[in-house]
Ligand binder design. Structure first.
Ligand SMILES: Nc1ncnc2c1ncn2[C@@H]1O[C@H](COP(=O)(O)OP(=O)(O)OP(=O)(O)O)[C@@H](O)[C@H]1O
Ligand SMILES: [Mg+2]
Length: 447
């Protein structure tokens, strides 16, 4: 299959619902107005111009014929005065004159074309038209046998103002309709934006955001479904956490009992010392796991997100690791305050830093803003994790070969818990090879 090319049309289409809806509304309107305007120009405008041209031509020729019929001075005077009074035409006769050889150029406008056409239909003798005078008049000069008849007619006799009114109304209504559409569309889009924001906040673990269904029925329906779903997920998480805490807590009592029995057994049968020691170390491991579970369950439980100074929190974790003997360097530039569950995040960071301290000698912790998120990276110079295991180590109880570090047996829950916390905040943790060959764990949290 050929690779899909992003089509020009798609790249030109706006992404947001608001602009798309506006386009859906405006395109037909502009098209409609275009078609109407075209028809108007084609038919109405042409017809009107032609009628006006014929009217003016008729008047001019009437004056000309009357003058030719009654050439005596007194009649001519009378004819010219009548033309001025009744037809707004100023006519002057230049006896013995001739038209210049070259005619003024026509302007190419509809008005010129129509007038020229109408006059040539009626006159076989030479004439000149000039519509480009400064005095709002059109000059028409006709060469008669005895001289030239100079006529000045007001340009508005050739002009219909309907075109301006038409365009004005068209643009005016378009502007008003667009303004109304923008106003209503904004109100329609608002509830969708709020729904999206609520869903995003929930994804980031900030489910306390106040949100009520509003807007059109479909949007209300989606909002109600979202609120239901949010409730179900929250209940599900609560249930899981409670169960984890309950089971872990209840396991402690029998373990304590076993420990007591073992201590008594050691006294009764000193020859079974090594077996009993093995059992005791197994029990210690189980207790450690249970502690982890409990700590995790507590962190995940009722804690509510509050604005937290992330740098201060990282500082505490790093300080704790230094007390434990780790060589940890902290580098952070700007203050980063965002809504977080502080204990859970502290646990997540502690797990990452503890791992680094356990496997490496020098640890670098960086915190910085990357776009709309915060990234905290923990880098060490230890043996690292082979690429094929980078995802597996997130699985609960998954541990790499214990022989690498025989002094320590972790529960294998550290990274699983850390990732759970990160995802509960809408973020994630990724692992990669660090520059010094060790492991680099990056915690990403959306702002
Ligand atoms: N910085 C690191 N360098 C090398 N290997 C690591 C590093 N961090 C984790 N690992 C490997 O990934 C495995 C899983 O880590 P995880 O933190 O989940 O468990 P753990 O450290 O063994 O036990 P826990 O954290 O529960 O005490 C570890 O057993 C270890 O082999
Ligand atoms: Mg660990």
């Amino acid at each position: 299959m050929a690779p899909a090319r992003p089509s020009l049309l798609r790249s030109l289409t706006p992404k947001g619902l608001f602009w798309r809806s506006l386009l859906i509304l405006l395109i037909p309107m502009v098209l409609l107005q275009g078609v109407v305007a075209y028809i108007f120009f084609e038919r109405h405008w042409d017809t009107v111009s032609r009628r006006l041209a014929l009217g003016l031509t008729g008047d001019i020729i009437y004056v000309m014929r009357t003058m030719q019929k009654y050439p005596e001075d007194e009649f001519r005077e009378w004819t010219l005065r009548a033309a001025h009074r009744e037809m707004q035409i100023d006519a002057v006769f230049e006896a013995g004159a001739k038209l210049p050889a070259t005619a003024p150029k026509l302007s190419g406008r509809n008005m010129d074309r129509m007038l020229h056409h109408a006059l040539s239909e009626r006159l076989v003798i030479p004439f000149h038209i000039d519509t480009r005078r400064d005095d709002r008049n059109i000059s028409i000069r006709i060469e008669l046998q005895e001289g030239v008849l100079n006529i000045l007619a007001p340009r508005k006799r050739m002009f219909s103002t309907t075109i301006y009114i038409f365009v004005l109304w068209m643009v005016g209504t378009a502007v008003v309709v667009t303004a109304i559409a923008i106003f209503f569309l904004r109100n329609q889009i608002q509830p969708i934006r709020r729904l999206a924001a609520a869903a995003e906040a929930f994804g980031k673990g900030r489910s306390e955001v106040e949100f009520k269904p509003a807007g059109a029925s479909e949007i209300r329906q989606a909002a109600a479904a979202f609120i239901d779903m949010r409730g179900r997920i929250a209940r599900h998480i609560d249930q899981r956490t409670e169960m984890l805490a309950g089971v872990s807590h209840d396991l402690r009592t029998p373990l304590t009992r076993i420990k007591l029995h073992l201590a008594m057994l050691r006294e009764a049968t000193p020859e079974a010392g090594t077996e009993i020691s093995d059992l005791e170390s197994d029990i210690a491991e189980m207790e450690k796991m249970i502690d982890e579970y409990l700590a995790f369950a507590r962190g995940q439980g009722a804690e509510a997100p509050v604005p937290v100074d992330l740098l201060a929190l990282i500082g505490e974790v790093v300080e704790g690791a230094r007390h434990g003997g780790g060589a940890v360097r902290l580098e952070a530039v700007e203050a980063l305050t965002l809504p977080l569950r502080p204990n859970a995040i502290k646990r997540c960071l502690t797990n990452l830093v503890d791992n680094a301290v356990r496997h490496g000698e020098h640890i670098d912790v960086h915190a910085r803003r990357v776009g709309e998120a915060v990234e905290v990276s923990v880098e060490d110079d230890g043996p690292g994790i082979p690429p094929e295991s980078l995802e597996d180590v997130f699985k609960p109880f998954y541990r790499l070969d214990d022989s690498r570090n025989p002094n320590y047996a972790g529960a294998g829950l550290g990274l699983a818990i850390a990732r759970d916390v990160a995802r509960g905040h809408g973020g994630d943790i990724v692992l990669r090879k660090s520059d010094s060959g060790g492991l680099c764990a990056i915690l990403r949290l959306p702002l």
